[in-house]
Design a binder for this molecule. Structure first.
Ligand SMILES: *Cc1c(COP(=O)(O)O)cnc(C)c1O
Length: 356
């Protein structure tokens, strides 16, 4: 391991001469954490008020006080985005400022200090460049970046932590779709993931483990994932554990409106724009379960899956199936979006950002 470069501006980037790629079996990549060379760390105390002195350090375990806010009271946020290596060798990110803005919004809801959009994007770029040899070859996947913001300062009484740590680690991930069938969803009508006024609309770490029970039960029955309903009425479709959902009926594409209980996905937002460009009518609205059951096609979106078609859903004793395969809108949306993300399709939207 090379000595940790201590720097914040990205002028001197760590790299290993002559080693274009790390020793990774690129054809076997899934979505498991693979350790890489470096991670980025930047801190901020309540007294300082602003983040500064961010640096790349060798990837490894971190030290935390047992009374850190994140460990005791779950004061933490996460983000997820990908860097792709293009055919011409350049590496690009997809709308990283959107993740930065979402982290800022989440930090306000969770009473945390957060890095600026510029700091966030610069840190992501530095993390990608430092781990360049882990960015898969074109067509083999992406380098997944996981920014974290946590209340790292110690406390015992219930209050926002006195210090915050922003950390980014990375892991190469494979192409999610390789050999995967369309999803089979179970519509969960008892366990909830988010409530009005809660934190469902921000990427708080506290939103995820409450989902495990419903997911575990559904998977044991052969489903791929759970679809949650709104907790106030139990009748409107919200989202999966980590994906937004869309339904297609004729020329109309609908997705649940963002009203605080649904995570505003960057993929969701991008898919809405691409579908509008294809000439579809797009509606962000309340979607009763009945509309889901009557749809022609259903798909879900998220950074990890990009666009994944849903083959069928089960709601109480009803099972319905949807159109899947080559002729679907979800396939067309997937091809367009991954094309832009990987640089194979021209980016007319200005969504991509080169890092090197
Ligand atoms: C991250 C996430 C999504 C998808 O957001 P993207 O920005 O598209 O990756 C959707 N729902 C939940 C609950 C999420 O955590």
């Amino acid at each position: 391991m090379a000595p940790p470069p201590v720097q914040t501006s990205g002028e001197t980037t760590p790299h290993r001469d002559g080693e274009q790629y790390a020793n990774v079996n690129w054809d076997e990549l899934g979505f498991d954490a693979v350790p890489t060379d470096y991670m980025y760390v930047m801190k901020c105390s309540i007294e300082e008020g602003d983040f500064s002195h961010g640096k790349l350090i060798p990837y490894g375990n971190i030290e935390l006080s047992p009374s850190a806010g994140v460990l005791n009271y779950g004061q933490g946020l996460f983000e997820g985005l990908k860097a792709y290596r293009r055919e011409d060798g350049r590496i690009q990110l997809f709308r990283p400022e959107q993740n930065a803005l979402r982290m800022k919004m989440g930090a306000e809801r969770m009473c945390m200090l957060s890095p600026t959009v510029e700091q966030f994007v610069d840190a992501v770029k530095q993390t990608v460049i430092a781990n360049n040899r882990f960015v898969p070859p074109p067509g083999k996947g992406a380098l997944y970046l996981r920014p974290l913001l946590m209340g790292s300062g110690p406390l015992l009484g219930l209050a926002p932590a006195p210090e915050y740590t922003f950390l980014i680690f990375a892991s190469p991930v494979g192409n999610y779709h390789k050999g995967r069938p369309a999803l089979k969803l179970f519509v969960e009508d008892k366990l909830q993931r988010a409530m009005p006024g809660g934190t469902g609309g921000v990427k708080s770490i506290t939103n995820y483990s409450p989902v495990y029970l419903a997911q575990t039960k559904a998977k044991a029955k052969g489903y791929s994932d759970v679809l949650f309903l709104d907790s106030a009425h139990g009748k409107y479709v919200e989202e999966l554990a980590v994906c937004n959902i869309f339904i297609v009926k004729g020329n109309v594409v609908s997705t649940p409106a963002i009203q605080g209980t649904i995570l505003p996905g960057v993929t969701r937002k991008s898919i809405i724009e691409i579908a509008l460009g294809f000439g579809y009518q797009v509606e962000e609205r309340l979607i009763p379960v009945e509309d889901l059951l009557e749809a022609d096609e259903v798909f879900c979106t998220g950074t990890a899956v990009i666009v994944n078609s849903v083959g069928g859903v089960t709601y109480q004793d009803k099972r319905v199936e949807y159109k899947t395969g080559k002729e679907t809108l979800s396939k067309k949306l997937y091809e367009t979006l991954i094309g832009i993300q990987t640089g194979r399709v021209e980016d007319k939207m200005g969504w991509t950002l080169e890092v090197n």
